[in-house]
Design a protein. Structure first.
Length: 867
């Protein structure tokens, strides 16, 4: 199932789960410290492998014993003549791209079973199979690897012993009365060839007895049919005058037996035993040891001499287990032994894999390990083939395996839909909720053809309780084939559950989409939005990989990377979405296409992982899988630090002249540094939206300024400007810095869809027209005026006012008098007070006529407003 989908990427594929340089501003109060990041597509690293082996199917960053590695899955890699799959470890600090196989296929004895990376250093082979009789059961298994990359243990919760897990001992009468011997030997060889001999199945021992007992070979001497048959051909008749059957039975299982194996004994004799008094004790001991006994009476000796065999047959039936019709045989002579070979073989074992029920496979075809997830007390394992391909979720703990019964799923996966093959366990994960701890989540992308995701609890006693189910809306969308929880704000509680439907059909194409479910305080999952690819995305398979990654843009919220491996005619792309508060922003912020990295990449974005700083620059880096390659992309962060000299504008200190006027001269120091060599350009503006600007750049013709930032070197430059005379001292001057790349087309390009960052009193990001927007990237820093306050608090003036009439006597306004004069005196004896005003009120029967200023204010105007 899985290998067909991997080989043909036009079919649904289970994915485990940069053409542009990105630049983001992170707002802080002034003096401004701006953080920008980009993904270095010029210096990306491609690690190549075998496309036939599906190298790059999964990628995972890993650290072991102080060294950083990239682990790459190659599920079709060969081990000898078998396609076992394997994992490659690629050292990050070695630019030669010399990756080394872990050889997990050999260590785990895989047989035709692809391996793939899981959440930790654990490889799973869901198609790992073992032979049971003539059947192969694909129960799947996972292998854990230690810090030295050595195989440490096997995890196989669905593994069951074969029905043919038997220890069979043939107790053979070799006394003189047996004749001819070659007929007995032919029977022995024929019955051995019927047995499924091998590890985990049947092992055989042969005991020959007469007067004494000889172990021709023990149970654990040979491990293949060929070896056992070859040994049987060399068995010679020992002879003897007596037939000590009880002795032969008593020593048959003395050596080589396996714990848990079914014990089977085949006794072949042609006469009554000479130690018959011991038979009762021997048979009772065999019953206690649960040994199933088949007894064959060869009547040749009796028939040749005309002796009544009644007593002999009675003894042989006593030796055989009950009932006799299933465990007792008799043949006329030695040559007739060949006639019971088939019947004896069928009675000893049946092919349980098909004879029980032709349509019910239980766990024999479960493919456990199709998905896996590490939890506190064990490993959660998805088994898509369990229970007639409806699927199941299992758990392996230190105390043992936890396998919920089929009845646990019937409420959400009813019997009437059993033939649909829901594939529950296609993906598994867990979410941390505030009230009830941890809940498990699993996807069933084929349920009712539309897909379903269940949220459930699973106790270690096997009790599985489904709490909620999420349903897909479109047939064939493969809803639930990828799921990912996201703790966006980093508080340890899951904020969102992302559910992908990579084959979702819209706008005439199989574009794909990802649904966002908000996790409520009541541990309920509520749909709050969807993520979609760009308009250019046609058959994208958007959502084939989901990778929540730590904060990239410095806003302390985690991000999301979504793979679209079939976009751009199967070249592939990935999309970056930013987190904000407790959700994912629904418009993607960057699309990174494989075509801009290397023209040879295919299915780029089939897997994504980003959890570690690979190049020791303090930033999280990305690993992206593609067909036959893994791509390492390092994040570069640009730091921009801006401050002013002096820190505040002193309007009384006119220290220079510009345009024939006395003005206040200022400077802004703009410093930039980056974590890698990056050619950038930046421009500065005084953002004054008024007819007469309060401040002007001294050298505005220098925009933009081009510099090349070197690793670890800060580049600083003064930007000079002057402040004009103004009456508006309250609102600060807005100083704008715009940062970009020198060659956004030829080199790594800045994305057209760039995130709008948070704003505060210090820095605000705007578009060129001054409204909040995406591109270009602009930071605004507010440069305040100095208020000359003595304390670090708002200025407080100490006003004295002295109103009065012109004549010092009370007057009554009469109809004949048309004017009254009111004189006001206002004085500030404290700190500077900008924008001070005096309110004069009067009765409604008076009207304001005019204002006469007696004392001029040195050019500062007085504005009167009638209220």
């Amino acid at each position: 199932m899985r290998d067909e989908r991997v080989a043909n990427l036009n079919e649904p594929i289970k994915l485990d789960h940069f053409g542009n340089i990105d630049l983001t501003l992170s707002p802080l109060v002034s003096p401004g410290f701006l953080e920008c990041f980009n993904i270095d597509t010029q210096n990306h690293r491609i690690i190549s492998g075998s496309a036939e082996a599906q190298f790059g199917y999964t990628v995972q960053q890993h650290e072991a014993r102080g060294q950083k590695w990239l682990l790459v899955g190659a599920p079709f890699e060969n081990s000898g003549q078998h396609q076992t799959g394997d994992i490659y470890k690629c050292p990050i600090d070695d630019r030669s791209n010399n990756c080394t196989r872990l050889n997990l296929g050999k260590a785990s004895s895989f047989n035709g079973s692809p391996l793939r990376c899981s959440i930790v250093l654990q490889a799973c082979g869901p198609l790992w199979s073992y032979e049971c009789g003539s059947s192969y059961y694909s129960t799947g298994m996972c292998s854990r690897v230690n810090a030295s990359f050595k195989f440490s243990r096997t995890i196989a919760p669905a593994f069951q012993r074969c029905e043919t897990y038997m220890d069979i001992v043939i107790v053979l009468d070799g006394s003189n009365s047996i004749y001819p011997w070659y007929e007995v030997q032919n029977f022995l060889i024929n019955i051995l060839q019927k047995f499924y001999i091998g590890p985990g199945q049947i092992q055989v021992g042969v005991v020959q007895y007469g007067e004494s007992v000889v172990h021709e070979f023990h149970l654990n001497d040979y491990r293949t049919v060929e070896e056992v048959v070859s040994a049987a051909r060399n068995i010679q008749q020992r002879g003897g005058e007596e037939t000590r059957t009880a002795l032969g039975i008593s020593v048959a299982f003395k050596r080589g037996g396996r714990r848990g194996a079914k014990k089977v004994m085949i006794v072949i004799t042609d006469g009554e035993s000479h130690d018959s008094p011991d038979l009762q004790n021997v048979i009772e001991a065999s019953e206690k040891d649960e040994i199933t006994r088949y007894a064959i009476a060869v009547l040749g000796y009796y028939n040749r001499r005309g002796i009544n065999p009644e007593a002999f047959l009675k003894e042989i039936k006593y030796i055989a287990s009950d009932p006799d019709d299933k465990h007792f045989f008799n043949v006329r002579d030695e040559s007739a032994l060949k006639d019971i070979v088939d019947a004896l073989g069928e009675r000893i074992f049946s092919l349980e894999g098909t004879n029980k029920n032709e349509t019910s496979f239980g766990l024999q075809m479960s493919q456990a390990g199709f998905s896996s997830h590490i939890v506190e007390d064990g490993i959660l394992v998805g088994a898509v083939g369990a229970y007639d391909w409806n699927g199941a979720v299992m758990k392996e703990t230190r105390q043992g395996k936890v396998i919920p019964p089929k009845s646990s799923y019937l409420e959400e996966f009813p019997e009437e839909l059993k033939n649909h093959g829901a594939y529950l366990g296609y993906t598994v994960t867990s979410v941390v909720v505030s009230r009830t701890g941890r809940l498990y989540v699993s996807g069933a992308p084929r349920f009712n053809h539309t897909g379903k995701v269940i949220i459930f609890t699973l106790r270690n006693n096997g009790n599985l309780t489904i709490l909620q189910s999420l349903k897909g809306q479109q047939i064939g969308s493969y809803y639930g084939s990828e799921i990912a929880p996201s703790d966006i704000d980093g508080d340890g509680i899951t904020d969102s559950l992302l559910v992908a439907a990579p084959m979702f059909f819209s706008s005439g194409w199989e574009r794909g989409r990802v649904d966002i479910y908000r996790v409520t305080d009541q541990s309920h999952f509520v749909l709050e939005g969807t993520l979609e690819p760009s308009d250019r995305g046609q058959n994208s398979r958007f959502g084939s990989a989901l990778a929540p990654i730590p904060d990239l843009n410095g806003d302390n919220y985690s991000e999301l990377v979504v793979g679209a491996p079939l976009e751009d005619d199967h070249q592939g792309a990935i999309y970056v979405f930013y987190g904000h508060r407790n959700s994912i922003q629904q418009k993607y912020k960057q699309r990174i296409a494989a075509a801009s990295l290397s023209p040879g990449l295919q299915y780029f974005g089939r897997s994504v992982h980003g959890r570690m700083d690979l190049n020791e620059d303090g930033l999280i880096d990305l690993a992206v899988g593609s067909l036959g390659a893994a791509v390492l992309l390092c994040v570069i962060r640009i730091h921009t630090h801006v401050w002013f000299e002096p820190r505040k504008i002193n309007v009384f200190n006119k220290d220079c002249r510009r345009g024939g006027k006395d003005v206040t001269c200022m400077s802004a120091i703009v410093c930039l540094n980056a974590t890698a060599r990056t050619p950038v350009s930046y421009s500065t503006f005084i953002d004054e939206r008024r007819y007469t600007a309060r401040a002007v750049l001294d050298d505005s013709d220098r925009n933009p300024r081009n510099i090349t930032l070197l690793l670890g070197v800060e580049s600083c430059e003064h930007v000079y400007f002057h402040v004009m005379e103004t009456t508006d001292y309250v609102r600060p001057i807005v100083f704008t810095v715009e940062v970009g790349l020198q060659q956004p087309v030829e080199g790594p390009t800045l994305d057209d869809d760039w995130p709008t960052m948070r704003s505060n009193s210090g820095i605000k990001r705007v578009s060129p027209d001054g409204t909040p927007g995406d591109w270009p990237l602009v930071a605004q820093l507010r440069h305040p005026y100095r208020n000359f306050c003595g304390q670090p608090q708002p200025s407080l003036g100490d006003f004295c006012r002295s109103p009065g009439a012109v004549e010092e006597m009370e007057r009554v306004v009469e109809k004949s008098r048309r004017r009254v004069i009111v004189e006001g005196h206002l004085e500030n004896r404290g700190e500077n007070a900008f924008g001070a005003h005096l309110n004069i009120s009067h009765t409604p029967n008076l009207r304001f006529s005019s204002l006469m200023i007696k004392v001029q204010l040195g050019g500062r105007g007085v504005m009167c407003v009638s209220l």
